[in-house]
Design a protein around this ligand. Structure first.
Ligand code: PBE
Length: 304
C-alpha cells in the first residue's frame, strides 16, 4: 500500500506521455490519406452532411438536434450509434486524416489521444460549463447513510477521471483501472470516506450508461463502496432507464447527472423524484468536436 502511495500521479503522467506519443505520430499519414476536403467541397459535402453521434438517449444528442435547428443546418443529419462506435469512427477518420464531425464531451480520453477542437457555438445550443451531479433515490439517505455520505463527499477532477479512462481505453478492465486509481489516490479517497463508518455486506446498486466518462466514475465508486463493506451491483442501461431506475427506487444512485443543459429534459421529468446528492465534477462540457486538421472553427461554418 505504501509503495503504491508513492506513485500517486502516475495516471496524470501516463496521460501526458500518451498525449505526446499521439502527437508524435499524428502526422505520419499526411500524404497517403488526405482526402480531407478537396478544394471546392463544402464541409457538408466532405462529410456527407453527417454528424457522428452516440446513443439516442444521450443529452448531447438532444443538444445536437437543437444545434441543427438553431444554425439552420437543414441538410444535415445526426447519426446515432454508441460512444464506442463514435470513437471507432473518429479513429478511422483520424488515421487517414479525413474529415469527421462528432458529438464530443470532456472529460474524455480522445482529447489526450488525438488533436481535436470544439467548434465554437455562438448561439449557445450546447450551454456552457456544466457540472456532474450524483443523484440518489428518495430515501437513500435514511436507508444507506454511510454510502450516502461517501457519495456526498465524492468530488474529483477531469485529470483524475482521465487517468481511469485512458487505462480502460488501453485495454484494462474498468474495475481493474478503478482499483488502480483508488490505490494510487488514497488521499482523495480518504476525503470521500472521511467520517464514514464501515458496513457489513449491505447492498448498493448503481445504474449507468456505457459512456466512457460514466464507466470510469461508476467503477471507481464501486471500488470505494466495496472497501466500505457494501456489495455493489452495476447495471448498464440506456439513458432514459437510468433516470427512471433511480426515480422509481429500483436503483440506489447514478453518477452521470450532467446539468444544467445536457440532462435538462431528464431533470425536468424526474427531478422531483431524485435526491440531488452532490456535484462530483465542475467545468465539464459538451459540443461538436473535429480534428484540428479540419479547416473550420465554428458550427456556423457548417452552413457553407
Ligand atoms: N455524455 C457523457 C452524456 C452525459 C455523460 C455527455 C455523453 C450525455 O448525456 O450526453
Amino acid at each position: 500500500m505504501n509503495l503504491k502511495n508513492k506513485i500517486t500521479g502516475l495516471g496524470a503522467a501516463a496521460i501526458l506521455a500518451f498525449g505526446l506519443a499521439a502527437c508524435g505520430s499524428s502526422g505520419s499519414d499526411k500524404t497517403s490519406g488526405g482526402e480531407g476536403k478537396a478544394s471546392g467541397d463544402s464541409v457538408g459535402e466532405s462529410v456527407n452532411y453527417k454528424i457522428t453521434g452516440i446513443d439516442p438517449g444521450a443529452g448531447i444528442m438532444e443538444a445536437t438536434e437543437r444545434a441543427i435547428e438553431d444554425y439552420g443546418l437543414d441538410d444535415w443529419e445526426l447519426v446515432s450509434g454508441s460512444g464506442a462506435a463514435m470513437t471507432a469512427a473518429l479513429k478511422k477518420a483520424y488515421d487517414k486524416e479525413e474529415p469527421i464531425i462528432v458529438t464530443g464531451w470532456n472529460p474524455h480520453w480522445k482529447f489526450s489521444k488525438y488533436d481535436l477542437k470544439y467548434l465554437e457555438d455562438p448561439k449557445g445550443s450546447y450551454g456552457g460549463e456544466e457540472e456532474i451531479h450524483t443523484f440518489g433515490r428518495l430515501g437513500l439517505k435514511e436507508d444507506k447513510p454511510e454510502a450516502y455520505k461517501a457519495l456526498e463527499q465524492f468530488k474529483w477532477t477531469d485529470e483524475d477521471m482521465g487517468a481511469v479512462m485512458v487505462d480502460i481505453q488501453e485495454g484494462e478492465k474498468p474495475e481493474d483501472a478503478a482499483k488502480k486509481w483508488v490505490e494510487e489516490n488514497r488521499d482523495k479517497v480518504d476525503e470521500w470516506t472521511k467520517g464514514v463508518e464501515k458496513v457489513d455486506g449491505d447492498t448498493f446498486k448503481f445504474v449507468y450508461v456505457a459512456w466512457d466518462s460514466t464507466m470510469a466514475s461508476t467503477n471507481v465508486m464501486k471500488v470505494v463502496l466495496e472497501e466500505l463493506g457494501y456489495e455493489v451491483e452495476l447495471a448498464q442501461v440506456e439513458a432514459g432507464p437510468m433516470y427512471t431506475a433511480v426515480a422509481d427506487g429500483s436503483a440506489d444512485a447514478l453518477l452521470a447527472g450532467w446539468l444544467p443543459v445536457t440532462h435538462k429534459t431528464y431533470y425536468e421529468k424526474y427531478g422531483d423524484k431524485l435526491d440531488d446528492i452532490g456535484v462530483s465534477m465542475e467545468g465539464v462540457k459538451i459540443g461538436l468536436v473535429v480534428p484540428t486538421y479540419m479547416d473550420i472553427d465554428s458550427i456556423e461554418d457548417l452552413k457553407e
